[in-house]
Design a protein. Structure first.
Length: 239
């Protein structure tokens, strides 16, 4: 850039570029002040180039018109050669990056949301503030309702332990059903003469109490697994 003369595009916008009024006593580049003007002045002194500022004829920064498929503002003037460089804070977007080469950034700008701060007092139940009171009541109410249904299904289903025990008592012909149970054991195999006793020894017969129903639903709410599950199909369908 040594001994070159550059035409720089600029638009008055503080605090980056200010243009003095026509009544002020100034000439040429001296009429421009601001952050970007100071940067350009320092670069010209270090690199040895001269420059002048040109404002866009349409007064626009530079946007892409999808209907006419053309650019306007300083971007168009840069593409047509009226200016050699845009000496402004120019935001980066995908469309502009396809036709422009950007220099290294000198400022980071972002949109921030300002919200009301939380009080300094400590709240032990702060985790409940994630949802409204009505939502929490709905969750607890639906959980209690499902717990009650699982318990009722477990007691009313003919495939659960309580009704299977009734059927075993009526179907068993051993003396143990009238005068309790009789159990015979061998070395490794246990034989049952009583169907009720055999039923109670089975691990998958699934007699769930109301407390166990609450435990099943509670562990599900906190994303944990439970070793207790209803044996009947309606209860498992609810889970």
């Amino acid at each position: 850039l040594n001994k070159r003369h550059l035409r720089l595009g600029a638009i008055p916008e503080g605090p980056f570029m200010y243009l003095a009024n026509s009544t002020d006593f100034c000439q040429g580049n001296d009429c421009w002040t601001g952050i970007c003007a100071d940067i350009v002045k320092r670069l010209s002194e270090d690199l040895g180039f001269s420059y002048e500022y040109l404002m866009p004829e349409d007064g626009k920064w530079g946007g892409y018109n999808k209907t006419s498929k053309s650019w306007d503002g300083m971007v168009l003037e840069l593409m047509t050669g009226r200016i050699d460089m845009i000496a402004m804070h120019f935001s980066v977007n995908t469309a502009r990056k396809e036709v422009l080469d950007y220099s290294s950034g000198f400022m980071d700008s972002a949109i921030a949301a300002v919200v009301k701060g939380e009080p300094d007092t400590t709240n032990s139940f702060f985790f409940l503030s994630s949802m409204d009171v009505a939502v929490w009541l709905s969750v607890l109410g639906s959980s209690f309702f499902v717990t009650l249904l699982i318990y009722l299904f477990s007691k009313a289903s003919p495939f659960d332990k309580s009704w299977m025990k009734v059927h075993a008592t009526e179907a068993c012909s051993c003396k143990g059903c009238t005068s309790r149970r009789v159990r015979q054991e061998t070395k490794k195999v246990t034989k049952f003469d009583c169907l009720v006793q055999k039923l109670e020894e089975e691990k998958n017969s699934g007699d769930i109490s109301f407390y166990e129903s609450i435990w099943v639903i509670g562990t599900g709410l906190v994303s944990k697994s439970s070793k207790i599950f209803p044996y009947c199909m309606p209860g498992r369908f609810l889970l």
